[in-house]
Design a binder for this molecule. Structure first.
Ligand code: ZN
Length: 132
């Protein structure tokens, strides 16, 4: 089973919680056991799993990455967004989550995030579930 989510972002760097949308996909398709791959086909975005209790964790992550990789750091790439590409590579384009008894196995404080590093934009997230 496969689905595509549309994620709209409203700033250059932003983590968007998509956990409930992944859970909805699992529920709608009646997947009891297996895995789901959450993947984004963009070179300036990423997917990560991290804390969803305190929203300041999200801003700490994006703020620290921006401090670590400044926008204007003398990169060669003519498009001027090498910082976004590097953040994307550090984050990775996908996560795989195990499904058991119709639910995602996530820790109590974990959420699934779409990571925007060159927004605002309209982005795609691909969900692919494999039963078994
Ligand atoms: Zn570029």
């Amino acid at each position: 089973m496969k689905a595509e989510l549309s994620v709209k972002t409203d700033s250059r760097n932003q983590l968007v919680d998509i956990t409930s949308r992944v859970e909805e996909f699992i529920g709608d398709n009646g997947i009891e056991d297996g895995i789901v791959i959450v993947y984004t086909p963009h070179t300036t975005a990423g997917i990560t799993i991290n804390e969803d209790a305190d929203p300041s964790v999200r801003s700490d992550i994006t703020n620290f990455l921006s401090k670590l990789i400044p926008h204007e750091a003398g990169f060669s790439h003519a498009e001027g967004n090498s910082d976004s590409h590097i953040k994307s590579t550090l984050t990775g384009a996908s996560e795989t989550i195990v499904i058991e008894n119709g639910r995602l196995i996530l820790g109590r404080w974990q959420g699934i995030y779409f990571c925007e590093y060159d927004g605002p934009r309209s982005r795609r997230v691909i969900l692919k579930a494999i039963s078994g």
